[in-house]
Design a protein around this ligand. Structure first.
Ligand SMILES: [Zn+2]
Length: 411
């Protein structure tokens, strides 16, 4: 249930109505892989007040299992988060962890799937056929199978507000023929996902619950991307996602892909760029092209390595400050004196640096709070700018390379 409230150029201001509240868009979704934003508890999360958070189907299916989450009353009750939740379909992890983790379990597990027939060329821990994907768990090597129907059932049991169709995420390097096959498979799976969810949905509810988004694939090929955009947009999805390994990781390619398909996307459905939001400038690139939602692990992941987002640090260092740098040893100012987050209101750079150096766990929480707050504030600023027809001005202000703030050197 998406309402387009206004536009400034192609940038859109909107609202998605879900069972657990209204999501103001454009929005950034912090990633709570295992039903938690790493190092934060639900009180921290409520104080930060994201529009919506994301949880991972693949991880929750493996640990603790969707049946247990269902027994607990669904994800919202299980993790004590009353706001909207989106779950991915698990497809991305099935394919990507199939490559990344194969070495980790190779020593203690039986051989991975042998290639036969029409297999994915993306990893030895998963084997795709027309019906679904066989894969081994990245952490214990156990054998599992995902199909569109299974992915719908898991997400439905988890109780998310917005769920994703099951797709095959192709690698950036995949050749044309393979990408084409995977795209057609994704299209068939999109239809099957919709049918499976139809059976699960409670028809008595006034609003459709959960909402479901279809995913456009097609890799780095213009014709395939356009073909996929047309097909997915023609189905009865509540929103359209743009997937693929490039999105958010290769911004030149991301920009190009969006320019190919943006004229084909329906105006009345939310658009989701999957895995984007590593740098504030990336956000401006896709919001400018009419994207309404995105998620990225970067803000929370880099926080755990002592990297804090900082607006005044300029484009040159990607708006980042590394607290481990010696120059902050006796710097008693906050990370950002203009930031209203709990960390900046209460703690100095010197103290935060000390916590990281001493490997104190609180360091992770305080850094995560700041970075999530930074991204959420950025999106609030963007929504306000769209509303006041000054999105372009705001974008230029952020793009202007800023000099390192003098405070860095004074103390
Ligand atoms: Zn802060």
């Amino acid at each position: 249930m998406f309402t387009l409230l206004g536009k400034n150029g192609q940038a859109r201001l909107g609202q998605i109505k879900t069972k657990h509240g209204i999501v103001e868009t454009p929005c950034f979704m912090p990633v709570g892989t295992q039903a938690v934003i790493k190092s934060l508890d639900s009180e921290d999360l409520k104080n930060l007040s994201p529009e919506i958070i994301l949880a991972n189907t693949y991880h929750l299916y493996l640990k603790p299992g969707e049946k247990l989450v269902k027994k607990a009353g669904g994800l919202h009750k299980f993790m004590n988060w009353p706001g909207p939740i989106l779950t991915d379909s698990g497809g991305f992890q099935v394919f990507s962890l199939g490559i990344q983790k194969k070495n980790r379990i190779a020593k203690r597990q039986p051989p991975a799937f042998k290639s036969s027939g029409n297999l994915s060329n993306q990893g030895q821990l998963c084997a795709v056929d027309e019906q679904g994907v066989d894969f081994r768990s990245y952490w214990d090597g156990g054998k599992h199978r995902f199909t569109p129907e299974k992915a719908m059932q898991i997400q439905f049991d988890l109780g998310a507000d917005i769920i994703m169709a099951f797709d095959e995420c192709t690698a950036d390097t995949a050749p044309l023929n393979y990408t084409k096959q995977a795209m057609f498979r994704t299209h068939v799976w999109a239809k099957r996902s919709l049918q499976a969810l139809k059976k699960l949905r409670n028809k008595k509810l006034k609003i459709k619950y959960p909402l479901i988004l279809g995913i456009i694939q097609g890799g780095r090929f213009k014709n395939l991307r356009r073909q996929s955009a047309k097909f997915i947009s023609s189905l009865d999805f509540d929103g359209i996602a743009i997937g693929g390994e490039s999105i958010g990781y290769n911004m030149l390619r991301t920009r190009r892909i969006f320019s190919w398909i943006s004229d084909l996307l329906p105006e009345n459905k939310p658009r989701y760029a999957m895995g984007l939001g590593s740098s504030p400038l990336d956000v401006f690139v896709v919001v400018e092209q009419g994207v309404d939602m995105f998620d990225c692990v970067s803000p929370t992941r880099i926080a755990r390595h002592g990297i804090f987002y900082l607006k005044s640090a300029g484009a040159k260092n990607q708006f980042r400050l590394s607290i481990l740098n010696k120059k902050f040893k006796a710097d008693f100012k906050p990370i950002d004196s203009k930031c209203g987050c709990l960390t900046c209101r209460n703690y100095s750079r010197a103290y935060l640096r000390h916590l990281f150096k001493a490997k104190e766990l609180t360091a992770l929480r305080l850094a995560t709070i700041h970075n999530v707050h930074f991204m959420l504030e950025l999106l609030r600023e963007i929504r306000e700018a769209i509303q006041k027809n000054r999105f372009k001005k705001l974008k230029s202000a952020w793009e202007r390379p800023a000099t390192i703030i003098p405070a860095f050197h004074k103390s």
